[in-house]
Design a binder for this molecule. Structure first.
Ligand code: PNS
Length: 168
């Protein structure tokens, strides 16, 4: 059984993340999506809510993978999250060359911390190469339509929160 961990902030999950997850599930028997709890940025409950949204997105967009994909939250090192589920690989997506430098540094650092763990990269589909969670949040905050960028449940949550506090 080959397990990989796909770590990230997923704040929120985008269709680019869904695409990378689908590609990873084509290679690994099991993929554990690990949502980072970042206590400096947001309380743990928010990571749990993001994890719930990811589970809903998988059930909706990738139902055939639901029994091979787990979603969990973690608040330590990615390599420790890997060891906890006996994963030997970390999955990351690369959208553009600009992602590469930081990802290379992280991959080397993680390998240094845990030599048994390697990072594998999937090229995000071209149509999602421009997507980022922070841009999605910014567009939604100002009332823009993000329904082609994120799973349906995420789009309606973002729409509802921008309607609750419109910024015109
Ligand atoms: O979606 P992101 O924000 O690009 O994901 C970054 C993430 C969560 C993969 C990275 O910040 C991370 O691994 N954090 C956990 C702490 C850790 O292991 N740090 C050392 C990385 S070399």
């Amino acid at each position: 059984m080959h397990t990989a961990v796909y770590p990230g902030s997923f704040d929120p999950i985008t269709l680019g993340h869904v695409d990378v997850l689908q590609r990873a599930a084509g290679v690994f028997d099991r993929v554990v999506v690990a949502v980072l709890v970042n206590p400096r940025k947001a309380p743990a409950g928010e990571a749990e809510a993001r994890a719930r949204e990811i589970r809903e997105a998988i059930a909706e967009a990738l139902p055939e993978l639901a029994d091979r994909v787990d979603v969990t939250v973690f608040d330590g090192l990615t390599v420790d999250a890997c060891r906890a589920v006996e994963a030997r690989h970390i999955v990351r997506g690369l959208r553009a060359v600009s992602d590469f430098e930081a990802e290379l540094q992280m991959a080397h650092m993680n390998h240094r911390l845990a030599p048994e763990i390697d990072t594998v990269f999937f090229m995000t589909a071209l149509e999602y190469g421009y997507l980022s969670s922070s841009l999605v949040k910014e567009i939604a905050r100002f009332g823009g339509d993000v329904s082609a960028m994120v799973p349906a449940g995420v789009a309606s949550r973002l729409r509802a929160s921008s309607e609750e506090s419109p910024r015109l």
